[in-house]
Design a protein around this ligand. Structure first.
Ligand SMILES: Nc1ncnc2c1ncn2[C@@H]1O[C@H](COP(=O)(O)OP(=O)(O)O)[C@@H](O)[C@H]1O
Ligand SMILES: [Mg+2]
Length: 260
């Protein structure tokens, strides 16, 4: 069963048809990419999936790991996150005035079952889970290669590492499905290469299912199992990297368009 699927997803903003008839599916442990020129509707597709926008038409389905296909269309973003869907944003959204560690700690709260009041009533349990959260946060920082910077301000990190911190924050919610919106944006070639390897490791080591929006064709071609190509909201091609790369409609969509 697909971890994620959409059925005839449509998103209109006034007269703008941002996403038209989106039918995608992502299978367990796959890395699937969505590519396409600027304004093609890629981020809007993410926003429809993660509950930021309620689709104008169509449905979004999630398999929550229990083999049951759930309709999550228009559900609240925090509820979708709690179902195991995490995402990063095209524009970095870190807590700028907080340390690297605190950024990850704060992200944990999505899945923290016991809120403030139960913490008062059962403080030893709260204490234990706080400590557990710190332990897990350090483990995550280790995984993304940021443990040495744990006490630095988030904004003091080079851009490429801020993007990694964003991924660490997404991972803190213990997702099954990870959505990455242009994770390599603004990265230099070395950072981009490292990121490619890192994303491949996430899939392998954590068993994650990954949906990726990316402009850097090298990353997309290297790590995607399948690709969807959007242009003006429409899916103009889909398939393996090899198939999509040779598709005349894709080549035409990219003609005269800068990759960056
Ligand atoms: N909140 C919004 N209100 C109005 N128009 C929007 C909104 N979000 C996106 N759009 C429009 O939808 C289209 C697709 O945008 P977007 O999904 O951001 O493209 P991409 O991520 O592929 O570059 C664009 O024409 C954009 O201007
Ligand atoms: Mg976008």
């Amino acid at each position: 069963m697909s971890v994620l699927s959409t059925e005839n997803g449509v998103m209109r903003f006034g007269g703008v048809l941002a996403v038209d008839n989106l039918n995608i599916h992502v299978e367990e442990n796959e890395i699937v990419a969505i590519i396409g020129p600027n304004g093609a509707g890629k981020t809007t597709a993410f926003n429809m999936i993660t509950g930021v926008y309620r689709p104008t038409e169509g449905r979004v389905f999630l398999d929550c790991g229990n083999g049951e296909k759930q309709d999550i269309t228009g559900r609240r973003p925090d509820l979708i996150a709690a179902m195991g869907v995490a995402r990063t944003f095209q524009n970095i959204r870190l807590f700028k005035e907080q340390s690297v560690l605190d950024n990850v700690l704060l992200a944990n709260h999505v899945r923290l079952k016991n809120g403030f009041f139960s913490a008062m009533a059962h403080w030893p349990y709260y204490y234990k889970s706080e400590r557990e959260m710190r332990r897990r946060s350090f483990e995550l920082l280790e995984r993304v290669g940021l443990v040495e910077s744990a006490n630095e301000m988030a904004t003091s990190l080079p851009y490429g590492l801020q993007r990694r911190l964003e991924i660490a924050r997404a991972l803190a919610t213990q997702p099954r499905l990870l959505l990455l919106d242009e994770p390599a944006a603004g990265m230099n070639p070395k950072e981009t290469e490292d990121l490619t390897q890192f994303v491949a490791e996430l899939r392998k080591d954590l068993g994650l299912t990954i949906l990726l929006i990316e402009h850097h064709m090298q990353i997309v071609m290297d790590i995607s199992d399948r690709i969807y190509v959007l242009d003006y909201g429409k899916t103009i091609a889909e398939g393996t990297p090899k198939k999509v790369q040779d598709d005349p409609a894709v080549i035409a969509a990219y003609l005269g368009v800068d990759e960056e």
